[in-house]
Every structure is written in C-alpha cells, then in structure tokens.
Write a protein that binds this ligand. Structure first.
Ligand SMILES: *Cc1c(COP(=O)(O)O)cnc(C)c1O
Length: 476
C-alpha cells in the first residue's frame, strides 16, 4: 500500500482493501487454529535482536510490515488465547472483541468527553453495571486500564471522603490525619501500591490475617481497628477481596460491610476477576454484600473475556467521585448545546483526559454473547477447576495446597526440596509449550497455580497439564 501525497490515506483504496482483508483473515485464523500451536515459545535471539532496528525514517509497504508482524510478533505472543494458558489471571479474549477493537480504531473516538454517541455507549455500560451490582442510579463509573488503576482511584475517592476536596489543593504535606485502612494479607500488591501513590503511604495500610479459607479474618480485623482507635488513629477504609489473586477466595462481604458501616469507613471491594461471578447463579450468592460497597474495582478483561485492556471502577457516591478529579480548565469549558455539551464527561472522574473506546469491545461482548452465556463460560471455568482438583487428589504424587473456591487451583508435586522441584517443573512446562500455569507461595510453600480463566480451557487441557507435570516430576 502506498500513501497519497496530500495526507496519510491510501493512494489506492482497492489495494488497501485487499490487504486489509488478508490481515483480517490472518487474525481470525490465528484464533481459530490456536489449539494447533504451543501455548508459548521463547523468542529466538535473532527475532529479539530484530527489534533493535534503527528508526524507520522511510516508510515500508503495509503488506511487508504485516508479514514482519506475523513472523516476529504474532508468533511469539503471551499465549493467553490458548486453552493451555492457566498462568496468573488472564482472559482469553474473543474474535467478537477483536472485531470491535478494529471498529473502535476506525472511529478513533476520544472518550475524554463531549457530546457524541461513543460516550453514550460508555454510559450505557455504567447503567448495566449499576444494575448488575445493585448500585443506585446516582453511582458513577469509569473504564480504566485495569483493576490496579481502579483500586488506586478508589483510594483517592475514599481519601476525598475522609479529608475533603481541600486536600487536592494543600496536599498531604507529610500528615494524613491518622488515616488507616485495612485489607487482608491476600490483597493484590496493587493495593499497597495505591497507598504509596496516594500519598497516604503504605504504612497507613494494615494487612490483616486470613482464615483457613484464605478470607479476611473478621475478628483480627476488629481487633486491629480497635487498637488503631485506641491509638487515636482514624480507620477510614476497609478493602475486601471478591476473588483473591492467589486462590480465588471471596471475603464475607456482608460481614465486612457491617464492620465498615459501624466504623463509618469506606467499603471498597477488589473484585478484579471475581466480581463478574455475578453473571452466574452458581456464584452470585457467594458475592452477597457486594451491593453494599462504596466502590468496586473489576476487570472485563479477565473473566469477562473482553480483549485487553478493560478495567472498571464503580463508585456509589458519584458526586464524591467527581469532586476527587474534576478540573475547571478553560479549554474544557462545558456548554449546554453543541459538541461541548453533555457534561459531566468521563474526564471528570479520573486523571485521563484522552481516553480510548474500551467501552465498545465491552458493549459488543455483552450484547453478542449475552450475560447468560458469559456467565456459563465463567461457571465452566469453575467446573474445569473442580475437575483439576479431583484429578490432583486422585494422584499419589500430587497434593492440593489450598481449597478450590472458584477457578484457581494451587497444588504441587511431592518430593525432596519441593520448592525447587516445582519451580523446575513449571519452567519446563512453559518451555514444552503444553501448558502455562504460574507459581505462587501458599503457607511458605511454592505452589503451582492454575487459574482457569480462559473460556476455551476444557477438562482434557488440564488433564494434559497434569500428565506433563507427572512426567516432568519423574525426570530427575
Ligand atoms: C488481576 C488482579 C488485580 C490487578 O488487575 P489488573 O487488571 O491486572 O490491573 C488486582 N486484584 C486482583 C484480585 C486481581 O486478580
């Protein structure tokens, strides 16, 4: 494809169309044939070195660059499309999401604000999310990169609630009025990071012990709050997990809500992947109490299968949310008519002004599949996890290291020096291309962690992984 002399559009639209169809076919085939390839392959040295090329002052043909993409990028991906991918907590994506991304790219919409239909798509999702989680019509919401960002913004909103908007002008100045917050030791690392970045400091976050089911220990929470009160500090925020990153545990959300309410503290839920368990009748009861939270962070890109990235923050008190971020800049002046209408805008609810159209791939995913079908996919991952649990329990040489609450299975191969053995097995497994679990630490032991998030993962995929682990474990 050559470009015209006057602008960056193609000189020959029909040639572009033919090339575009080849690219689309190739992208569809890549998903369709995913099972025929290894989950992951290391990047060969010469391919990696190729990314060290000089700045491209002269352009190249589109087809040439696409071929390079196919050979050097597409061929060495993360692997999370593959049913054998069970590492960390990654969504599998869908072709519907992929197509919506393409359409969004064509619109080149900026979702920071102003009065256009893409903003209405994002607002529609907010209305749906409110209904899904039992939030009032005054609740606000915002697409962000991921739950790490959503948790961070939630801490800033809770800080506004505790200290007032004046803190935006004065800053904390080394004091935080004795604010303290609570989460369990199973909280994701981004919670600590949120406190570091908020200026409140990581010391303001108390990490509370968990019970045998890896849930926040309520008695320990109450004792920590009482000790902080006695020391003259102000408990201002309690953070619960709806699906811990390690084992998928869900805290007793109603009990945590009661404690937060009694303390007048902000109740935040990190539901990164677990919150969308609301889509299946099998899991929704486990999330009872989520509707009482003051804010909720979750990802559409994990259990929701929307392509990366599509994190979301929902806040009950939309006004406090807006008051935390909105800015009166002259160039962002609002009007009652014309394109500068439609206030408030998404940029009033977070630090991003320019924002992509994450809402569109989510809108397509929700509409094309429907909530019930997405819920079935979520329930299916839990079924596969239970199958894996049963298989592990039936194997003499394997042991389960944590209860299987949802879709995450932590286990290990028995043997002398088990931490080294299991780390070696996991690395060998990655390089074999058969399956990709990750590792974590449970009760001081290195565990193989299989998080079944991908809608494509079936029972025979986890069986294949177990067979490979047994074979690798037998090898010395
Ligand atoms: C994945 C995860 C996060 C981080 O979410 P990102 O979308 O990766 O930023 C936070 N908390 C939990 C419980 C998670 O599983």
């Amino acid at each position: 494809m050559g470009v015209g002399a006057d602008d960056l559009d193609p000189a020959d639209w029909e040639a572009l169309r033919a090339e575009a169809h080849r690219m689309l076919d190739d992208a569809i085939d890549h998903v369709r044939t995913v099972r025929d390839r290894p989950v992951w392959r290391p990047i060969p040295d010469d391919i990696r070195a190729g990314f060290d090329a000089a700045l491209p002052h002269q352009g190249s043909d589109l087809g040439t660059v696409h071929a390079e993409f196919r050979d050097t990028v597409q061929a060495y991906g993360l692997g999370n499309l593959h049913p054998g991918f069970m590492g960390w907590v990654h969504g599998g994506g869908t072709v519907v999401g992929m197509l919506a991304e393409m359409l969004a790219g064509g619109l080149n919409a900026n979702l920071g604000g102003r009065d256009h239909a893409p903003i209405e798509v994002e607002r529609q999702i907010l209305r749906w999310v409110r209904v899904l989680f039992g939030y009032p019509s005054t609740a606000s919401g915002l697409f962000v990169t991921g739950t790490s960002m959503a948790n961070f913004l939630a801490v800033l909103v809770a800080r506004t609630q505790a200290l007032g908007t004046e803190i935006r002008r004065t800053g904390l100045g080394g004091r935080n009025d004795g604010l303290v917050a609570y989460a369990s030791t199973a909280a994701h690392g981004c919670i600590r990071q949120a406190f570091e970045m908020s200026g409140l400091g990581a010391d303001a976050l108390r990490l509370i012990a968990t019970d045998a089911e890896h849930r926040l220990d309520l008695a320990a929470l109450q004792a920590a709050i009482a000790a902080d009160r006695a020391a003259g500090l102000t408990p201002f925020m309690v953070i619960a997990n709806a699906g811990t990153v390690d084992v998928g545990a869900i805290d007793d959300l109603n009990a945590v809500a009661d404690i937060a309410a009694a303390e007048g503290a902000w109740f935040h839920v990190d539901g990164a992947f677990g919150a969308l368990g609301m889509l299946t009748p099998e899991l929704a009861p486990l999330l009872a109490g989520i509707e009482r939270s003051d804010s909720l962070a979750f990802d559409f890109h994990k259990w929701g299968q929307v392509p990366y990235d599509a994190g979301y923050l929902l806040v009950r008190d939309g006004e406090t949310h807006r008051a935390t971020f909105a800015s009166p800049a002259a160039y962002l002046r609002r009007e009652t008519r014309g394109l500068a209408g439609g206030s408030p805008w998404p940029c009033d609810f977070g630090p991003d002004l320019s924002r992509g159209f994450r809402a569109l791939k989510t809108w397509f995913t929700l509409k094309v599949y429907g909530l019930d079908r997405l819920g079935e996919a979520i329930a299916g991952t839990c079924r596969v996890a239970r199958h894996l649990r049963d298989r592990i329990q039936a194997e003499e040489r394997l042991e389960l290291l944590a209860p299987v609450a949802l879709n995450v299975v932590c286990f290990r191969h028995k043997g002398a020096d088990p931490d080294r053995l299991n780390a070696r097995i996991v690395a060998d497994l990655h390089e074999s291309g058969i399956a990709v679990p990750s590792t974590t630490t449970i009760g001081g032991c290195l565990a193989i962690r299989a998080a079944i998030v991908n809608h494509r993962t079936r029972e025979d995929d986890v069986d294949r992984m177990v067979d490979a682990i047994l074979a690798l474990g037998a090898k010395q």
